[in-house]
Design a protein. Structure first.
Length: 413
């Protein structure tokens, strides 16, 4: 069935706890998992709130032990990871896709991120029928929650929450010079949430300079290369960091050299990257304030309070979909049996039909058809009758009762 490994903002006690662990897990599990014999399919999920692996297997115990031993090897003193199986795993996946397990409940980036991870796994040949069915179902559940509830209506994402946090810290953004480090999904959301704030200059810097130009053009701002990062910092009132780098992008020397040029002007840095892309020692520099993902907790709590009713409605939809899936799984045994029975009966029909067609060329057609019908009836029921008689002799009357129910004979007794 399904076994999953989870390290999330909740299990880690905040996103700061993910900074050192997630890159290690991504590297080590990414290298090892394809060689695990008990895992037939897998999807790896990596977002700013989580690192998760969903694996299809015929040996839940072996995969669960593999995940637990891997975690102990990579982070031996930590208890920030947990493993789920089958129904619990599926329920968690549905909640993640719907945005219920995000730091910012209802955030609408997660479904896109999950779909991208799923597509990447499919392209890599890591997804088969079991996980395809599961993730396709999860996307349907996510779509249903978004269409039938207001969970993500006006929802704050990590990007919009970071802008809200900036306004709490430094007030109105009117006329402020803002630098955005990064040009990916979160940086794009940040930029959209700056529209209408009447900010001053917006500077965009990114490892891929062409993407920085694209985002800067959307904002009517300017792009700068990473080589000119110190100059950008020196001009800024606010720096919003949202890159996918596994290391510090905004370093101590960038900020200290920049602040030396404007020692009396305050600077706010908000880093929503996981792992963190800003050297935390920048807080030692006078007039520099630094916030990370964990600083969004207050905004996240307000968001949950506003969405209590919608959360309840979303959980109800998930419960309905889980029940539906459970019924489908219960029917699977019958479906497999029906398939095998259909194949067997078709083989009998084809054999008897071939015999009848050969006879029809020389014998009376009415007699041939009568013989065909008798032959089919005898072949279809021979093993059934034999097994029922044996079961009855052995005292296994439940077999006969089952036959009576399957053939609709209960009311005729």
């Amino acid at each position: 069935m399904i076994v999953s490994l989870h390290v999330t903002h909740s299990s880690a006690g905040g996103t700061e706890g993910l900074n050192d662990v997630v890159p290690l897990l991504e590297t080590e599990i990414g290298k090892r998992i394809s060689g695990v014999r008990s895992i037939s399919e897998y999807v790896i999920i990596r977002t700013c709130n989580r690192f998760e692996v969903y694996a299809a297997t015929r040996d839940n115990r072996a995969v669960s032990e593999y995940f637990q031993s891997t975690i102990k090897t990579i982070v031996p003193s930590s208890n920030i990871a947990y493993v789920l199986e089958d129904r619990d795993c599926i329920r968690h996946l549905f909640r993640v896709v719907c945005g219920l397990d995000s730091l910012i409940v209802g955030e609408d980036q997660i479904q896109h991120q999950m779909r991208e991870s799923y597509a990447k796994a499919k392209e890599g040949g890591h997804v088969g029928p079991m996980l395809s069915k599961l993730f396709d179902k999860a996307m349907v559940v996510g779509k249903r929650v978004r269409s039938e509830t207001a969970l993500n209506k006006g929802a704050v994402s990590v990007g919009s929450a970071s802008v809200e946090l900036a306004e709490e810290r430094i007030g109105d953004l009117f006329g402020k010079v803002i630098t955005i480090l990064g040009a990916g999904d979160i940086a794009s959301v940040i930029s959209k949430n700056l529209i209408g704030k009447n900010v001053g200059t917006v500077i965009v810097s990114n490892r891929t300079y062409s993407r920085a130009i694209e985002l800067a053009d959307e904002l009517g701002g300017q792009a700068v290369s990473m080589a000119r990062l110190t100059e950008a910092v020196a001009e800024s009132d606010l720096i919003l960091v949202a890159t996918g780098a596994p290391h510090y992008v905004l370093k101590y020397e960038h900020v200290s050299n920049a602040m030396a040029m404007r020692p009396d002007r305050k600077l706010l840095i908000i880093d929503v990257s996981v792992p963190r892309n800003t050297d935390p020692s920048v807080t030692d520099i006078p007039n520099v304030e630094f916030d990370s993902m964990d600083s969004l907790r207050t905004i996240a709590m307000k968001n949950v309070e506003r969405r209590k009713n919608e959360i309840s409605r979303a959980e109800k939809i998930i419960a309905e979909e889980l029940a539906c899936l459970a019924n489908e799984q219960k029917e699977q045994y019958a479906n497999d049996l029906i398939r095998r029975l259909s194949i067997k009966l078709t083989e009998i029909r084809e054999h008897e039909l071939e015999t009848a067609m050969a006879r029809s060329k020389k014998d009376c057609k009415a007699e041939v058809l009568d013989d065909l019908s008798r032959a089919l009836l005898n072949k279809f029921t021979a093993e059934l009758y034999k097994n029922m008689r044996e079961a009855s002799r052995d005292g296994r009357t439940d077999i006969c009762e089952a036959a009576a129910e399957l053939f609709g004979l209960r009311d005729e007794q």
